[in-house]
Design a protein around this ligand. Sequence first.
Ligand SMILES: Nc1ncnc2c1ncn2[C@@H]1O[C@H](COP(=O)(O)OP(=O)(O)OP(=O)(O)O)[C@@H](O)[C@H]1O
Ligand SMILES: [Mg+2]
Length: 414
Amino acid sequence: MRTVASIDIGTDKIVALIGEVDTYGDIHIIGVGEARSKCINRGTITKLGVAARAIATAVREAEEMSGHKVTGVVINVSGEDLRSQNEKDTINISPSPIEIEEEHINRLLERSVAKGKEDGFEIIHAIPRKYTLDNQEGIEDPTGLIGSKLTAQVHIVKAPTTLIGNLEKAVVVAGFTPTVRVVSALASAKAVLTEEEKENGVLLIDIGAGLTDYALFIEGHPVVTGSVPMGGLNITKDIAFFMKVEQEEAERTKKENGVAFVDLVREGEIIKIKPKGEMREVAVERRQLAEVIQVRLEEILEKVIGEIEKAGFKVDSANAGVVITGGTGNLQGIKDLVERFTDLPARIGIPTGVIGLKERIEDPKYATVVGLLKFAVSPEGMVSEAKAKVGLSTNSSGFKDIIEKIKEFLREIL
Ligand SMILES: Nc1ncnc2c1ncn2[C@@H]1O[C@H](COP(=O)(O)OP(=O)(O)OP(=O)(O)O)[C@@H](O)[C@H]1O
Ligand SMILES: [Mg+2]
């Protein structure tokens, strides 16, 4: 059986998964490893050796559990400098309608990708959203259909070249080869969203420790993808500041007694906290804690909605509502807060669609790493892996020349 591996490099934790792919393409998870994140801040490596060691610790644990050695890994990319855009392009294929071939589609996509190129940035995803064949709109896949003019709308996601380079370097120093890169929001989306939700319109929000990754899907595909530099760590720091406690105590209080929405707390309800520099606990109103949390969460949601509007889209086009992932998705009352704030239905996204060690990964904070593993077996993931194997970077310009090599490679592994 083919083995696949993924690493989610987060601000709070690093998680590694190893899976085996059966003949039906289903993934059986056989190894999980987790380490505290060190020298990784909001998607950026701040000290190479230390970050690499933390990555290696997580992967080694997964290797020991599975009894498999890892080489190639799927990794996530995120950070506040992530950018997304939508491009539209048309090519004339022939004066009279002929059969559309893969080569036509590749030529069209390459042109859209060229439009998305920007100095200092690398394109991570170029996702065709919609095709129009002559005047026929809403074509899913034009291959084999007949037409004379083909239009595509493509969603492009890119990240700073330096950020990706340093992240990959940390993974290489840790002893592994990054094969596929996926932005965190799209990885989480892959782990938790249903096809129906994506089709109806859905907003995925992954609230981690340092970042809130988001992706808005309309008619099956992402239209805005990004990340705001704020998350659960900001909530913890706010609690420490306003309630005058150490950060560690603030983190404990948040997890044990935190509520995302003030209205959910009974008036007069009391909790105990240990103020900074004191030995004894004191009683405080739980509503006070909820208030601190709610204010920060509303700021995060406001930022996400603001970014989506800046890109020219409306959050209320997410008819299927909001799906929340990331560790902060465990916060009591977060679903209610998101529903009230956005006026849309909300649910917590627990990763699904993989076999084995289910109870170990049933937490919204594992959505990214599970989604990364799913990317490893998806067609787009396999093409990237094939390019890596033939020694070409995923943004190589000699795209056409290597298509044959890729096909050969895919035939080998499928
Ligand atoms: N039960 C809980 N209640 C409230 N917050 C929680 C709970 N469990 C975890 N968290 C918070 O979730 C955050 C970690 O989430 P996650 O593991 O998704 O982050 P990460 O992926 O490491 O970081 P990032 O994606 O931001 O780089 C922490 O801030 C932590 O305090
Ligand atoms: Mg994360």
